[in-house]
Write a protein that binds this ligand. Sequence first.
Ligand SMILES: Cc1cc2nc3c(=O)[nH]c(=O)nc-3n(C[C@H](O)[C@H](O)[C@H](O)COP(=O)(O)OP(=O)(O)OC[C@H]3O[C@@H](n4cnc5c(N)ncnc54)[C@H](O)[C@@H]3O)c2cc1C
Length: 420
Amino acid sequence: MPDIVVVGAGAAGIAAARAIQAAGVTVQVLEARTRPGGRAWTDVRTLGAPFDLGATWLHQAGENGLTQLAEGAFDHDTVRSHGCLVDGRPATRDEMAEYDAAYGRFHPVLAAARDGAAPGDSAAVHAPRGGFWDATVAHWEGPVICAAPLSAMDLRDFLDTQLGGPNLLLRGGVGGLLAKLAGALPVTYGMAVERIDWSGPGVLLEGGFGRIAARAAIVTAPTAVLAAGAIRFLPGLPGNTEQAIHDLPLGLLNKVGLRAAGEDRLDLPPFGGLERRVEAEDEAAMTFVAWPFGRDHMMGFLGGTAAWDLSRQGPAALLDHAFSELSCAYGARAAAALRREPALASDWGNDPFSRGSYSHARPGRAEARRILGRPLAEGRLAFAGEACHPRLAATVGGAWASGLQAAAAALAFCAQGGRA
Ligand SMILES: Cc1cc2nc3c(=O)[nH]c(=O)nc-3n(C[C@H](O)[C@H](O)[C@H](O)COP(=O)(O)OP(=O)(O)OC[C@H]3O[C@@H](n4cnc5c(N)ncnc54)[C@H](O)[C@@H]3O)c2cc1C
């Protein structure tokens, strides 16, 4: 019997298991999928170069526990130029200056509103509106970066989880890094945990695989998976923990990977960004980053309500949409410059082990991250993952740090004799 079982081999689970192993305590990781990395997953075959279908950048590199572990195999602050279209034509220099100014105003306006805001205010309540670029800024800050509209997010949580640079793009992908870090861990794949009995002195985990007993368990399944009841707890979780799970839903961000068909690089430099002005925050506008590391593929992103709407039609619809977005910018040149096959499109919303991309706190529920991250039964049962980190939520860095915290709690519980 292992001392500690970790449910899930994503960033949080890998961090926790490594810390437990390093402390000389026995650990077993149970992963439902047939691969490690969770929402960090690098495809190395389809496009002829590593392509991250999930986590893409190591944000906030200075405080990100994965930066050192990446051992220099990255590039810094990687979107080097921003092309922005207005009604299908490139924005003028003056328009871009106005755009930058609108962006520059956004965070200070929200930060200034913080103290006077009502407890249930969403970020949308205080966001600037009405200006030529305000909806475009809101589109970036909501659906593109946070995977959800500003109206769905608590103002304070939105401010507390803001990310700055440097942002690192990894040559071998974030999923590639996590797979490497999981390499020496005792992970068993295809083990979906369905029930955790924590009524006795230890824990008993059950699923199609049978039963595994341990002294303590760390659960890293995404909040949307927990909210759907995929894992039943006996006894049921305390009311505030259960509520916290529901207060941290996952937004949706999906990605496409498109490979160049020939020499045409659509006038975009390596690491060049492409976006368009929108009239409304929730427009189905996609953003693109071209030719990372000089490779011959582009990545495209669609987030928020529009991403959920399209995900009901499956990943092929997202690819069609990416081509239609690019044809608005380049006309028939887009279809000639980029291959329709092979291409990649993620489908995180329909994946039963993620059910979305990353979390935000519902308006008025900023405390939920701290509540969910608080170990239960003195560390015998702990939750970890991106949703539990009050500062680096929604990121692999936050998931990693949260996994380390949960491991410390479980280790302390075992060190005390393991009874609570
Ligand atoms: C498209 C996209 C882009 C992103 N971009 C970035 C980015 O640029 N930078 C960044 O830092 N972050 C980004 N993120 C977010 C980042 O991927 C996540 O925050 C992070 O990977 C979450 O790690 P985690 O360990 O909390 O959860 P997960 O990675 O989801 O790990 C949980 C694990 O639990 C497993 N599991 C679920 N249910 C069960 C069960 N019942 N039994 C056993 N195992 C189970 C899952 O299969 C999974 O492996 C992005 C995410 C997406 C989807």
